[in-house]
Design a protein around this ligand. Sequence first.
Ligand code: LLP
Length: 463
Amino acid sequence: MSRSAHPAGPRHADVLPEGHYSAPPTDLNSLDPKVWAHTVRRDADGAVTVGGIDVKRLAGEFGTPAYILDEADFRARARAWRTAFGHDADVFYAGKAFLSRAVVRWLHEEGLNLDVCSGGELATALSAGMPPERIAFHGNNKSAGEIERAVRAGVGRVVLDSFQEIVRVAHIAQSLGKRQKVQIRVTVGVEAHTHEFIATAHEDQKFGIPLAGGQAAEAVRRALQLDGLEVIGVHSHIGSQIFDMSGFEVAARRVVGLLKEIRDEHGVELPEIDLGGGLGIAYTSDDDPREPHEIAKALTEIVSGACDAARLRTPRISVEPGRAIVGPTAFTLYEVGTIKPLDGLRTYVSVDGGMSDNIRTALYDAEYSVALVSRESAAEPMLCRVVGKHCESGDIVVKDAFLPADLAPGDLIAVPATGAYCRSMASNYNHALRPPVVAVLDGEARVIVRRETEEDLLRLDVG
Ligand code: LLP
């Protein structure tokens, strides 16, 4: 590894500019287990390993940038969700967070169901052997072709998102001689953010049918009349990266209110309620996510309490965690390319990827952590901004983070908690080649999604 000397950037707390960071960490070599996958360790000799493999070996074998996914951790988190909710509930992993055939097989083996939201995700699920009855099909604008494929395959449920779709799915199911199980997705008027929710604000969006003004009740009324549909329940998803359960509480009460209205009007008690996903994870040491068993307990109590009050039988609950299962299980491994210290500001550290493999910082102002993983360092902390190699100044991976002041080109750094919505939202901007996903387990590493090649790019460009 080449190591060129460079003037150290700003380091001391008293000269730090404003930013999204806490005080410099006391030990830059420590890896907070909250944000790193379960099997990530720094050994006594300073080497960082995952699944027992040195990350330097992974970089040598698979190149950088690469997403490194801890299979044992993925399975453990999937199992924890499954166990927490028990047999009277269903856990649908949200494939949009990250989907591959290996992931589908792990989910199948661990007893989870799968939420897909496009023909591509459906094809991946089916090709890896997920039983169709364990698949839920989502989306606010499913094409007729996608609906037909899902119904023909025998998916367990289609989540209806609009009045048009009620008729479309009924028609397609009937023409195939089938009766499709469906849920109606409602918007309950709760907008959930990380630590808060803003009631009433969120009918103004593209998803779902508003409870307000009796629209959701009307949707159920229409769906119940159509022979091609079997209405099994109501669905609500309130947002992303949520730590505070109060948004779920309001949503569950409102959904149960609708179930009561349906019972009173039609004499039907719908057997299921889906509360969606959105549970938060730790991206930095400041985040404190809840454990699956706490979430399961809270959601179950909220729903059964609301049902008791409405004198309804408690429906079967389902949830759709994506990020909370896969997010913490992977990190992105990068090689440091150039380093630019700016006095009184910060040091720009450029890596060999960027917004093409992690758009979340640019898109949502997301916060991430970062660590030097190819060696230990006793150097003092240096305030850095980790940036990519794209032609855009907003190409930021980690906005504010401390790395050792002796950081040098050729060092490997890793950004934890990139399992969700990074590979799945990756792009070819600047004709970047999307990185591979490498799964590690018990001392073995294997590519589950290979790196793109220039041939892949040129094959699509038919001239
Ligand atoms: N169910 C439904 C109906 C959803 O729309 C979503 C996410 C989930 C479940 C899973 O949510 P999760 O548990 O993963 O938070 N790209 C954004 C997140 C978009 C989420 C879209 N829907 C991000 O990177 O934060």
